[in-house]
Design a protein. Structure first.
Length: 321
């Protein structure tokens, strides 16, 4: 079973999810006795993929693909899959890839399973474990078609180095006007040092911070932890922070190793979007805040007192370690 992955990138550099996807694909390839091919779009250097087991790279360079459009990118993946005769196509669970995945599956007449959280339970029949009901349960899904498309849940497998001998070739798929029926008018990018998509740790703030002038509390703690900053939906709706930082079921879902929520009460939509994070820490003045029910660690108190002290203690710890 030939395996194809889409190695997602931004501004020419691979995202962390690309390496996680390659690690996962390599392990499946070892089990099934096949190789891993990656498709890249407008990247500057694909050699890093060899560290995680990719055997072959199809490099696509096309100015029309400067901005992501789901239909065009899906067409690229479809044509690459047909070229390589791939039977298993692996995508990540970023917003872009999730937009694209159903189009890839339809184009290849393939079955599609999202939110995959582990290696296949069985190769024959082909079964995978997935999250369901907003990450409240797991389900084992069987895919019966010859070609299969999976999207891997973020941080569900991790990075596993496995060096390979990489070959690269230029790939020039045929694109049509219909692929660009959706036009990108503008892009809004967060300005944080660490992006939410690549972060191992996220520090998120809510209305409990009382105003955008107090966002330094979040940024200072994030800086010490090397974390990305995020916010709840009300905060982005009020214009305190850009919508690109809104996390939750209606924003960006996150599955980090550590999620710290400051002044966020914990609406069900927010919790559903961050529930896959491994450790959840909540700081809130309201002891009845719903977030405490799902937190691994909770601190009841004034964020304006607790967060600066926590930040300072972490600075001292890092300086002495």
């Amino acid at each position: 079973m030939s395996i194809l992955i889409y190695a997602e990138s931004a501004e020419g550099k691979f995202k962390k999810v690309a390496f996680e996807l390659a690690s996962y694909a390599k392990k499946v390839a070892e089990t099934s006795g096949t190789t891993v091919t990656a498709v890249t779009v407008n990247t500057t250097d694909a050699s890093d993929l060899s560290k995680y087991g990719v055997d072959k790279v199809l490099n696509v360079s096309n100015d029309q693909l400067k901005n992501f459009t789901a239909k065009a990118y899906a067409d690229v993946i479809k044509q690459a899959s047909e070229k390589e005769n791939a039977k298993l196509i692996l995508l990540s669970s970023t917003t872009d890839s999730l937009y694209m995945a159903p189009l890839v599956a339809v184009g290849l007449n393939a079955s599609f399973a999202s939110n995959v959280v582990g290696l296949p339970v069985s190769m024959s029949p082909f079964q995978v474990k997935r999250t369901a009901f907003s990450n409240k349960a797991f389900v084992v899904t069987e895919l019966e078609t010859e070609v299969k498309v999976l999207s891997l849940a973020k941080n569900s497998y991790g990075l596993v180095e496995s060096s390979s001998s990489l070959t690269q070739e230029d790939f020039n798929p045929t694109l049509h006007d219909g692929d660009f029926s959706v036009k990108v008018e503008s892009l809004e990018k967060s300005s944080g040092k660490v992006t939410i998509a690549d972060a191992e740790v996220v520090v998120s703030g809510g209305r409990g911070l009382k105003g955008p002038e107090n966002w330094g509390l979040v940024e200072d703690l994030a800086s010490v932890l090397g974390a990305a900053t995020a916010c709840s939906k009300p905060v982005s709706d009020l214009g305190w922070r850009p919508h690109s930082e809104h996390v939750g079921q209606t924003g960006k879902p996150v599955a980090t190793n550590l999620y710290i929520a400051i002044g966020i009460s914990g609406a069900i939509q927010h919790i559903a979007g961050i529930n896959s994070s491994k450790v959840k820490v909540v700081i809130n003045a309201d002891p009845e805040a719903p977030f405490f029910k799902v937190a691994d660690y909770g601190i009841v108190g004034d964020a304006f007192d607790i967060v600066p002290r926590l930040t300072e203690k972490l600075r001292e710890f890092k300086a002495n370690s």
